[in-house]
Design a protein around this ligand. Structure first.
Ligand code: ADP
Ligand code: MG
Length: 233
C-alpha cells in the first residue's frame, strides 16, 4: 500500500497577542490510498486545524508532511495551491454554493479556474452530478434544492477535478439525519467504486462509523485510533 498522507510530529501553534495556543501538539498520522477515515474529538481539540493542514490550506509550525510522497511543509503558497487543485476536493458543512448559479454551473466553476474549456468541462461536470445522483437537477438553483441535494452538488463540485482525496469538515453537520446518511452512502459508494481516499471530520459517532477507522483527537493529539468493525455498528 502507498501512503497518500504522511504527517510526522506535526504541531501548529497560534499566537494571539501574548497568548499562544497549541492547536496540534505533535501528530503522527499515515493514511493509505483508498482509505475512508473519520476524525472525531471535542470542540477545540484541533480537528479543523488538522484538516486544514492536510488540505494544504495551512502549514505546520513544526513537523513534516508528505502528500502522495511530495514534501509540502516548506512549500510556497503558489505551489501549495497547485497541490490542492491537483489532489484535493473539499466538502464543507455549509455547502458554499453560489446562489445565483445553478447546480451545473456551480460544479463547472472550479474547472473554469483550472483552465478546462467547452465540451470537456460540461461533460466532466455532468458526470460528477450523475455520480451523486443529481442528473435530473442540473438546472436547479441552490434555493430550489434540499440541504442534502445541495451537499450532493458540493460533492460533485469536489469530484469534478478528479481528486485523489476528499476532505470533508462536518459534511453532515447542517443536515437532518436521513440526508446525512444519504451523504455517507454516497461517500461509501465513491470510496468503494473509484478508490478515492476520504478523510472526514464529524462529531456524530453514527457518521464517523461509516469510515474504516476513527481517529479520536484530544488537546491536539491523537488519543486513540479505533478500527471500525461490524461489531462497532
Ligand atoms: N486562527 C486561529 N487563531 C487562534 N487560535 C486558533 C485559530 N484556529 C484555531 N485556534 C485554536 O486552536 C484550537 C483548535 O481549534 P480547531 O482546530 O478549530 O478545533 P476543532 O475543529 O476541533 O473544534 C482551539 O483552541 C482554537 O481556539
Ligand atoms: Mg472545527
Amino acid at each position: 500500500m502507498t501512503a497518500i498522507l504522511e504527517l510526522k510530529g506535526i504541531t501548529r501553534s497560534y499566537k494571539t497577542g501574548q497568548i499562544k495556543v497549541q492547536a496540534l501538539a505533535g501528530v503522527d498520522l499515515t493514511i493509505e490510498k483508498g482509505e475512508f477515515v473519520s476524525i472525531m474529538g471535542p470542540s477545540g481539540s484541533g480537528k479543523s486545524t488538522m484538516l486544514n493542514l492536510i488540505g494544504c490550506l495551512d502549514l505546520p509550525t513544526e513537523g513534516t508532511y508528505k502528500i502522495n510522497g511530495v514534501q509540502v511543509e516548506k512549500m510556497r503558497d503558489s505551489r501549495l495551491s497547485e497541490i490542492r487543485n491537483q489532489f484535493i476536493g473539499f466538502v464543507f458543512q455549509r455547502f458554499h454554493l453560489l446562489s445565483n448559479l445553478n447546480a451545473l454551473e456551480n460544479v463547472e466553476l472550479p474547472l473554469i479556474y483550472q483552465g478546462l474549456y467547452g465540451k470537456e468541462r460540461k461533460i466532466r461536470a455532468k458526470e460528477a452530478l450523475a455520480a451523486v445522483g443529481l442528473d435530473d437537477r442540473m438546472h436547479h438553483l441552490p434555493s430550489q434544492l434540499s440541504g442534502g441535494q445541495q451537499q450532493r452538488v458540493a460533492i460533485a463540485r469536489a469530484l469534478a477535478s478528479k481528486p485523489a482525496l476528499i476532505l470533508a469538515d462536518e459534511p453532515t453537520g447542517a443536515l437532518d439525519s436521513a440526508s446525512g446518511k444519504n451523504i455517507m452512502e454516497i461517500f461509501t459508494e465513491l470510496n468503494e467504486k473509484t478508490g478515492i481516499t476520504i478523510v472526514q471530520v464529524t462529531h456524530e459517532r453514527e457518521i464517523a462509523l461509516y469510515g474504516h477507522r476513527i481517529y479520536h483527537l484530544r488537546d491536539g493529539l491523537i488519543e486513540n485510533i479505533e478500527e471500525v468493525t461490524e461489531l462497532s455498528k
